[in-house]
Design a protein around this ligand. Structure first.
Ligand code: PAF
Length: 283
């Protein structure tokens, strides 16, 4: 595995590969890698493909300063994991490398409605930051495919929109990979590393709620299921930000199940200072 800390060196390296007809796949991450990230890398690896993983804890996407400061950093373990799993290139830039002229001077994008609901509403500026950093990564890496996890459902929609806004829809294919889960259903996330044992013991409740919402999609009443889910989360010590039902294609929020649409249930809830998110397609 080759490690680049500077964009210039990486660009030159990848140019040579592309000139020889090589194919580049890209997995953007913020490190603290877990099985979910490694499954993205496994998807991204392949015959004749140069896989590039980035590790960069992007300050512009954290609306909560303490969340940024406490974001887990496990770089030595990450490097070993990536090496063991066949990563070809690791891009490990600094903040000044990503934002050489400051983040204000780095292009940002407008995600409209997506910035006003769910994660957008609860984390003001978050998607602007995500769009900004991934926009810059796309300029540097110029991948043929980018691999992202369905766990961040709304982010997947934001990044698909980013690709369109950058006019790259014919050049970069976005591959959305299934959420990886622990035995109790908890979606794998770097933030899980910060859970205490008692918090970890109840963290599967989010998944239980999603399963319950899905199981009642045929003939249930969402308002009732919503109330039950909020009550269960609260009983286990969570403070829910939202338990939501939405159109899976547009993320239009729904008050009630609508089997004529493809639906997704989404939950965000805090336990202690740790905020977890998850989602599930219903039909
Ligand atoms: O999902 C993440 O880890 C981040 O939001 C991403 C896409 C790497 C951008 O910083």
């Amino acid at each position: 595995m080759v490690i680049f800390k500077k964009a210039e060196g990486l660009i030159r390296y990848l140019l040579k590969i592309k000139e020889k007809g090589g194919f580049v796949s890209f997995v953007p991450t913020m490190g603290a890698l877990h099985t979910g990230h490694i499954s993205l890398l496994n998807e991204a690896n392949g015959e004749g493909v140069t896989s590039v993983v980035s590790i960069f804890v992007n300050p512009t996407q954290f609306n909560d300063k303490s969340d940024y400061e406490q974001y887990p950093i496990t770089i030595d373990e990450d490097i070993t994991e990536l090496q063991e799993n066949g990563c070809d290139v690791l891009f490990l830039p600094s903040v000044t490398e990503m934002y050489p002229d400051g983040d204000d001077a780095t292009p940002s994008f407008d995600f409209g409605y997506l910035e006003t609901i769910l994660e957008g509403a609860h984390r003001p500026g978050h998607f602007k930051g995500v769009g900004q950093v991934v926009g810059r990564f796309l300029d540097i890496v110029q991948p043929d495919k980018m691999y992202i996890g369905q766990k961040d459902y709304q982010q997947c929609m934001v990044l698909t929109s980013l690709i369109k806004q950058k006019g790259l829809q014919d050049k970069v294919q976005v591959v959305i990979c299934d959420t990886k889960r622990a035995a109790d259903g908890l979606a794998l996330s770097s933030r899980n590393k910060r859970l205490t044992d008692p918090q970890r013991n109840v963290a599967g409740t989010i998944y239980q709620c999603l399963v319950s919402i899905r199981s009642k999609a045929e003939d249930g009443n969402f308002k009732v299921v919503h109330k039950e889910s909020v009550e269960l989360l609260e009983a286990k010590g969570f403070v829910p930000d939202y338990v939501a039902l939405a159109d899976a294609n547009t993320l239009e929020l729904l008050d009630e199940y609508d089997s004529d649409r493809k639906m997704v249930a989404l939950i965000a809830a805090k336990i202690g200072s740790i905020r977890l998110i998850d989602n599930m397609l219903l039909n």
